[in-house]
Design a protein around this ligand. Structure first.
Ligand code: NAD
Length: 334
């Protein structure tokens, strides 16, 4: 077989091309191509590697598959930018690197919770503006944290929260009892009940038909404990933004910290209003934006490509083993 050709369309850690090129794979980068450009490029490549920005819909996958395309690698977790059904239909394999950013997103989640508890953003901004006013914060110790989606990130958040002394409740559609028990968390099998006891709710579910707006008007107005805090580092559309803004304005939700919005950057008026709200902190989807997460994703993506095209060589093997060792330390598989 000729050397496989790989197209990269989102920014990846430099190790990705270095590793693959040293194993005889051709890597070309076309950052954030227009749809037309992507349609022109895809048929000429055996694999395309994306992050969250590149949308691979049915048409584009079909165009690619009619050419050489047979592999899509999403360097990261969420696969909501790829039409998985179409990929399967066209015989294009899709892989992601789900553990690469687990620790980074968990740490950001805890940072956001702490930022709200101590009004960090306001205090820092006040001092920068020459003000020395203090407002009263609260400790996380002893507070109830509801983790919605007790998967990789949710569990890591729970472990850190337990170390701080929070009471952790886990809600998931899967059976998470044994892991929850191991770390001293309690499973709740009804979302509404979980919301009614939580001081802080943190969301870690994938976006799909079941989770779209799963935190909606009913959950916020009928279930949520009065003046609870909402943290979302999963996907914007897991929360109904209109309902959240209303709940904030009525004081039902005391504050929110969001790393994700329904439109990013905020395009709709509702997302702009949420971002500007005085009791909301919005970060620009930085959950996986750490050197470590990007390095792991690049190595794991390079490994997937090399494995698929039988181009596995020593340098990838070494880096991959190193990444797997790191992940094992925090209880994750490679
Ligand atoms: P995961 O698959 O390990 O865990 C998700 C959990 O959600 C699973 O345990 C699953 O059973 C549960 N779940 C699915 N549907 C549910 C439902 N309807 N109700 C309750 N639980 C449900 O995923 P993960 O690696 O922990 O990632 C979680 C989320 O974090 C994803 O949405 C991902 O897109 C997002 N993410 C965000 C960033 C960022 O930069 N902010 C980075 C990485 C991942």
């Amino acid at each position: 077989m000729k050397n496989p050709r790989v197209l990269v369309t989102d920014h990846l850690h430099e190790n990705f091309s270095k590793l693959l090129e040293s194993c005889g794979v051709e890597v070309h980068t076309a950052l954030r191509p227009s749809r037309e450009e992507l349609a022109r490029l895809l048929p000429g490549y055996d694999a395309v590697v994306v992050r969250g920005r590149t949308i691979l819909d049915r048409d584009l996958l079909g165009i690619g598959a009619r050419g050489r395309l047979r592999l899509v690698v999403r360097a990261g977790v969420g696969l909501d930018n790829i039409d998985l059904e179409a990929a399967q239909e066209f015989g294009v394999k899709v892989y992601n690197t789900p553990t690469a950013s687990t620790q980074s997103v968990a740490e950001l989640t805890i940072a956001l919770i702490l930022a709200i508890a101590r009004s960090l953003v306001d205090h820092v901004n006040n001092v920068k503006n020459g003000l020395w006013g203090k407002s009263m914060g609260f400790e996380l110790y002893g507070k109830n944290l509801l983790v919605v989606g007790f998967g990789r990130i949710g569990r890591r958040v729970a472990e850190i929260a337990r170390a701080i002394g929070m009471r952790v409740y886990a809600y998931d559609i899967a059976d998470v009892e044994s892991y929850a028990t191991r770390i001293g968390a309690q499973v709740v099998d009804d979302l509404c009940r979980g919301l009614s006891i939580a001081d802080i709710v943190t969301l870690h579910v994938p976006l799909n038909n079941e989770t779209y707006h799963m935190i909606g008007r009913r959950e916020l107005f009928e279930c949520l404990k009065h003046r609870a805090i909402i943290v979302n580092t999963s996907r914007g559309a897991v929360i109904d933004s209109e309902a959240l803004l209303e709940a904030l304005e009525q004081g039902i939700v005391a504050a929110a910290a969001l790393d994700v919005l329904e439109t990013e950057p905020p395009k709709r008026d509702i997302d702009k209003r949420l971002a500007r709200h005085p009791r909301v902190i919005v970060t620009p989807h930085i959950g996986a934006s750490t050197v470590e997460a990007q390095y792991r994703a690049a190595v794991q993506a390079a490994y997937i490509v090399a494995r698929e095209f039988n181009k596995y060589c020593e340098v990838i093997e070494r880096e991959y083993a190193r990444v797997c060792l790191h992940l094992k330390e925090i209880g994750l598989e490679c």
